[in-house]
Ligand binder design. Structure first.
Ligand code: 9MR
Length: 353
């Protein structure tokens, strides 16, 4: 299955998007039927999607058609890049780089440090460490090797992913926190910056798109790191909307508050489950409105530079494997047809000045 996926990735290298590059195209003109990347280009933002290897010939052509930025769902995580102590493997991530390069797409690197009890990709040989200096050495080697391998080629890195408790607003006391203290975050950013001084370095967090204590904690942490002179350049608001949709005003305000600190902001892992009551048409319309609210909140603030969806077609979404089928969270349906959500994103992108 993985081999087939890699072959598909290879065979799609030659495809070109045929969109997104036409500066003359006016997506607001009557009858214009722009792709998402064309609309995003007009809005001055990047539009991306996470992907994986899939045994599905329609998958990559659909990704290329609508997006100009990619993220791999797993290939750059610790467990993939350093599966065993001191043994690095860049096969899948290198294939993504080649795919992105051949199709004129930028790459968001995800992620260098992410360790949580419930869900991550940090191998046991890391979490089993008890000596702080051993962990510090390993963390430095990991970040230097991975970021160094892609120096000058990955334009943004999620250096630390989900430093907070998923359901709370406290910093999560992962193995790095336990052994290195809260300063592990600053250390990770310093290491990444040394390894690639031109990469935009992000703190990436879940469930912070709307107002609340967790967003306030993220804002305070960002301000604190910047005060310390840490090379933190961006904050990613993931945007997995599982229980509720984005609130346009709260999201815009959150982006503005982060921008006021001097960082760029990206919406990094967007999906919005088809939820609530009513018939399917009603739910699809609510999802369209949610996607509109989200995209329009981003383009309303200059500092919001990219929207990345966590997948792009309902045929392949992590939501199915974690929560079961039927949540249809993405802009393209299971047959790669454009959903109301797609038009919500596109209209939202074009809603700016
Ligand atoms: O979608 C990803 C899934 O395929 C992986 O199994 C999982 C664990 O590595 O991570 C999922 O992506 C997560 C992302 O890396 C960080 N934020 C939450 C995402 C959904 O769980």
């Amino acid at each position: 299955m993985k081999r087939i996926g890699m072959l598909l990735l290879g065979s799609a290298l030659a495809l070109s998007s045929g969109c997104g590059g036409d500066d003359q195209l006016d997506c607001r003109a009557d009858g214009a039927d722009c792709t998402l990347s064309e609309a995003a280009a007009q809005a001055g933002v990047l539009i991306g999607a996470a992907f994986n290897e899939k045994d599905d010939p329609e998958y990559l052509p659909a990704l290329i058609k609508d997006f100009n930025s990619v993220t791999h769902e797993g290939a750059m995580k610790w467990g993939a890049t350093q599966p065993e102590y001191g043994v690095f493997n860049f096969d899948k991530a290198d294939a993504m780089m080649e795919f992105a390069g051949a199709n004129g797409m930028t790459v968001r690197g995800h992620t260098l440090i992410w360790e949580q009890a419930s869900l991550d990709a940090t191998p046991e040989y890391v979490t089993a460490i008890t000596d702080p200096e051993a962990l510090r050495t390993l963390m430095a080697d990991h970040i230097r090797t991975v970021v160094g391998h892609y120096r000058g080629r990955v334009d943004a890195w999620d250096v630390v992913n989900e430093p907070f408790e998923t359901a709370g607003s406290q910093v999560y006391e992962n193995i790095f926190y336990q052994l290195l203290g809260p300063g592990y975050i600053a250390e990770a950013f310093e290491l990444a910056h040394e390894a690639d001084p031109d990469a935009t370095l992000f703190l990436n967090e879940a469930l912070v798109s709307n107002a609340g204590a967790k967003f306030d904690a993220l804002l305070a942490l960002t301000a604190d790191l910047l005060d310390q002179g840490v090379p933190l350049h961006g904050v990613g608001l993931q945007g997995h909307f599982i229980t509720g949709g984005p609130n346009h005003d709260e999201l815009r305000t959150n982006i503005q508050k982060l921008a006021a600190l001097g960082v760029v902001v990206e919406l990094t892992e967007v999906d919005i489950v088809l939820r609530g009551t009513g018939d399917e048409a009603t739910r699809l319309e609510r999802q369209r409105q949610d996607y509109f609210d989200l995209a329009s909140a981003c383009v309303a603030v200059d500092a919001c530079k990219r929207i990345t969806f966590w997948g792009f077609t309902d045929r392949h979404t992590w939501i199915d494997s974690f929560f079961g089928p039927g949540f249809a969270p993405l802009p393209l349906d299971e047959n790669y047809e454009r959903k109301p959500a797609y038009f919500g994103v596109r209209d939202g992108l074009l809603s700016g000045p």
